[in-house]
Design a protein around this ligand. Structure first.
Ligand code: GUN
Length: 292
């Protein structure tokens, strides 16, 4: 069994990005600049955004954090998006989700200039991704593709099962795994209403679990020699940890891992790759790789 080390891979990629940035800057170019908008004080969002800012530093990017209290109006937030759209120094920006319920996330996402949408959430980027045009690809599916590539996991012609159909992970993952230029695989998407879910999983050469249900994938659901990618990051209470919780994946790792050709751990698998892919998208934005 090969352990797919997302933490080490992410560190390698950040180093590669930092080297490229220094070359760009020494050639007289501008330092890439990522801005993040954070609303409220949700613990998970605070941690994610903090880690995104640290990753910017590691990559040699400029970063800006714009904070609002959770009672900010939708109008004020949309004005901020508009300002960032028009700030020539900002190459790309994100609005950390979730947003308070009185704000329409979709409205905010659609207000972002798709050319600066380094999260890849804007419908223009989602649509372009679906038909294989150059665009920002959202961080989690992009990170999984990168891990499969760097660990030489053959995907072409293989059977891939994606568990989960979220807009951020399941749907784009399935799209990319089926595309000729990316996974080139035969893809099945399973979700909470799927019949024969266990049988579908048993047939998978590559199983990507993104359902947000701790230890959902058990050993009897996994084919011997399969590659298993665990996207789950559910916080479960753990009094032995200083934080009071630990992260639990969607895969029952202890029993599933011995059956696998390769598997990602939680933590240290897909998680560290997502922020690193955001850095890659920001570098692409600074280089105007997809849009002029
Ligand atoms: N919340 C959880 N994941 C993400 C992400 O990738 N981007 C943003 N903007 N919010 C998130």
């Amino acid at each position: 069994m090969k352990l797919i080390d997302g933490k080490a891979t992410a560190a390698e990629i950040k180093k590669e990005i930092a080297e490229e940035v220094e070359l760009m800057v020494s050639a007289g170019g501008k330092r890439p600049h990522l801005a993040a908008v954070l609303v409220g004080h949700d613990g998970g969002s605070e941690t994610y955004v903090h880690n995104k800012m640290l990753a910017c530093e590691a990559c040699g990017f400029r970063s800006s954090l714009i904070r609002f209290e959770s009672d900010v109006t939708e109008e004020t937030l949309l004005q901020c998006v508009d300002r960032l759209n028009n700030d020539a120094d900002v190459d790309g920006f994100i609005v950390q989700l979730p947003l308070p319920v009185h704000i329409s996330e979709q409205k905010v996402i659609e207000a972002i200039d798709y050319r600066k949408d380094v999260d890849g959430f804007h419908p223009v980027n989602v649509g372009r991704m679906a038909i294989g045009l150059p665009c920002y690809i959202s961080a989690t599916p992009k990170g999984i593709l990168e891990l499969l590539k760097r660990y030489d996991v053959e995907t072409s012609g293989k059977k891939c099962v994606v568990l989960g159909r979220s807009n951020i992970v399941g749907k784009p993952m399935a799209q990319l795994m089926m595309q000729k230029n990316y996974g080139d695989a035969t893809v099945t998407v399973c979700h909470s209403r799927s019949r024969n879910l266990k049988k579908e999983c048993q047939e998978a050469d590559i199983l990507i679990a993104a359902i947000g249900s701790p230890a959902f994938v058990t050993a009897d659901m996994v084919k011997e020699g399969a590659t298993v990618i665990d996207v789950g990051t559910t916080r479960v209470p753990d009094a032995t940890r200083p934080s009071g919780f630990r992260l639990c994946g969607d895969v029952d790792f202890e029993y599933v891992a011995p059956r696998c050709a390769a598997i990602t751990p939680v933590p240290g698998g897909v998680g560290p790759m997502t922020i690193c892919m955001l850095m890659q998208n920001t570098l692409s934005a600074a280089k105007k790789e997809f849009y002029s």
